[in-house]
Design a protein around this ligand. Structure first.
Ligand SMILES: [Zn+2]
Length: 279
């Protein structure tokens, strides 16, 4: 039996699948926060030259002259990578792999591609926030507001790197600036309902057959990877599958129940899907 058939067998007999995803998945889907690549040039070449921003992450944390530039950057970013998103082969393979099983997704990615691909929003915890929502930048209250409409309007109206002042979102309570619901500083509002849903899922499958499928998470990641490895160690019926290019790390204590797939995420997901279809 090859590795993929063995993984497929574990998935077939599993009661549920717990999926962890980080920026390796984003990169697979064409969103690279760290790169000054062709996509960055196409989307943000003007900002690059005017303000010296070197990549999306740099732009997201930049001190813009004022909110009109900041929202021009943000609405272009979210508009392109979320509002215009059309799915990917990797996501289609993942959906097929999950099939009808119960699942939960925990991710540090903000671009909400899981929701856009039809995964159940009630079974997703976006640990570092999501571009689906905005919040008061001062966190004067803890409500999250849908962002898509405001983003679409701002992107549409942007001219020369500026969003018209009247379209800039304001906090409905304090009238102050809004920000995307993304973990930047202490004002970030934790999605307690999603966190609780993850806790309930983990408790439900604590000693049952669980496949933990980890995609594109660097070996030092403490936010998602470390808890998933601990969960595998604590549940003798759990199988741990980690996919990462050049960074597969599996501790000895769970090695016998683990599969480390070193390579491109899209290729590995396709191979697992094929293996599942073979039986
Ligand atoms: Zn406020």
């Amino acid at each position: 039996m090859n590795e993929f058939d063995a993984i497929a067998a574990k998935i077939r007999e599993a009661d549920a699948i717990l999926i962890g995803a980080s920026n390796g998945l984003s990169i697979t889907e064409g969103l690279n926060l760290f790169a000054d690549d062709e996509a960055f040039e196409r989307l943000f070449g003007d900002f690059k030259r005017k303000y010296g921003i070197r990549c999306i992450l740099h732009g997201a944390g930049a001190r813009w002259p004022d909110e009109r530039e900041q929202w021009a950057f943000t609405s272009r970013l979210v508009g392109h990578y979320s509002l215009d998103y059309k799915g990917s082969d990797a996501m289609r393979d993942l959906k097929a792999i999950v099939g009808e099983k119960d699942y939960f997704i925990v991710t540090s990615n903000c671009e909400y591609h899981f929701e856009l691909c039809g995964f159940d929003p009630a079974r997703i915890y976006e640990i570092e926030g999501s571009w689906q929502h905005m919040q008061c930048a001062a966190a004067c209250h803890d409500a999250l507001y849908p962002a898509a409409e405001a983003i679409a309007r701002m992107r549409e109206a942007e001219e020369g790197g500026l969003v018209p002042g009247e379209l800039i979102p304001r906090c409905p309570k304090c009238g102050g600036p809004m920000m995307m619901h993304v973990m930047t500083d202490r004002s970030f509002i934790v999605d307690e309902a999603a966190r609780a849903a993850q806790g309930a899922f983990v408790r439900k499958y604590m000693n049952r057959k669980l496949v933990i499928l980890e995609m594109g998470i660097g070996w030092r990641n403490q936010l998602i990877k470390a808890p998933l490895m601990r969960l595998t160690a604590a549940n003798p019926n759990a199988t741990y599958v980690t996919i990462n290019k050049g960074e597969v790390f599996i501790p000895d204590e769970i090695a016998a129940r683990s599969f480390g797939l070193d390579g491109l995420l899209a290729d590995k997901l396709a191979a697992i899907r094929e293996a599942l279809a073979r039986a």
